[in-house]
Design a protein around this ligand. Sequence first.
Ligand code: CA
Length: 425
Amino acid sequence: MPYLFLRGLTHSAAACLLLLLTACAEAPAQPLAVAPLTPAATAISPPAASAPSPLLSFEEWRSLLRSDAIAAGIDAELFDRAFAGITLDPKVVSSDNSQPEFTRPVWEYIDGAVSVTRIAQGRLLKAQHRPTLKAIRSTYAVDHEVLIAIWGMESNFGSNIGSHNVIRSLATLAYDGRRQAFWRSQLLAALQILQAGDSTVQGLIGSWAGAMGQTQFMPTTFNQHAVDFDGDGRRDLWRSAPDALASAAHYLQASGWENGQPWGFEVNLPQGFDYALADPEVRRSLAQWRTLGVNPATAVDANQQSLATLFLPAGHRGPAFLLLNNFRSILKYNNSTSYALAIGLLSDALDGNPGVQAAWPRNDRQLGRSERIELQELLTGKGYQPGPADGIIGANTRKAVRAFQQSLGLPADGYPSHELLQRLR
Ligand code: CA
């Protein structure tokens, strides 16, 4: 499921904290999956009136919502059926507020996401669904492997689609959560899905944050990108694998997927390499990277004029990757670099390619959330500009870390290691 500003609870979301290229835009998640990134544009315009919920009871708030929904074209009878018996869900509120101290290191996340079991199951399903995948490729020009990988990551191939009542979850978040306007637009989009007849009221289930079906689409993403590929007249992402796979393909196509091109690949770096080049803002052609001594770890077929960025998910002591345009397309699905890396590596494995060659620095101690906040505060105290002390290692924090590393003559990989925090102290 595409994105979130929710953090915690999911592997992907947890990895988000450490590895986002940008701040985790938004997105909820559930085990083994992150909600797909919902595009900024929502299918429904934000409602005009939206009083701060603390001033209203849930019933009063629902009554205002009902008027807005009817004005937006939702049948009153449908609204009443969808909201029959709906109460606030305290577990959703606590999930929304959850800010876990510890998150899994990227290598543990990758181990779980690209497991031997998942690869084997993915290969089997790729073979079973070959005719459908071929038809999808003809329509949307998206490769088989990445679709199977997304299917595996989002819902463990359809076996884990969540069991929350989506209307209840979204109503809770829109009434009581952070970013209420966002949740309200998702809630209205969910009502539109019911209005369109794609799901029954009882069938509208998903993650605690409203990500739905085998692709874990948020409602606005559903309305923009879900397709009926098996021809039964409904976009059924819950029960139809062809609909789910084609919808993921449609979304990737809209995100600029280049069929037949790699997402990226592992590289070896030369001795004395300038790690400051591992910056999302530094884009070079593959040919230029090659002249800098950055070479593929295994044979790769890619256009040498393609632009790529260098990515060190665990700092200079871990594996290095060059990332191409398709990596960015995956990030539009879910704005977590760990997630996109897992999708890429799982796709490669489904295609029979070997896994990561270099060793992960598995003995490195990860910073907890309070330590990341301390790191940001210490950097600010020394005159750097890591951005707000929120414990999220985004582009600004990486830049500040890099500048501090350079001032000490350390490898400037921008990675917030425990050793670096000690130096700051
Ligand atoms: Ca269908």
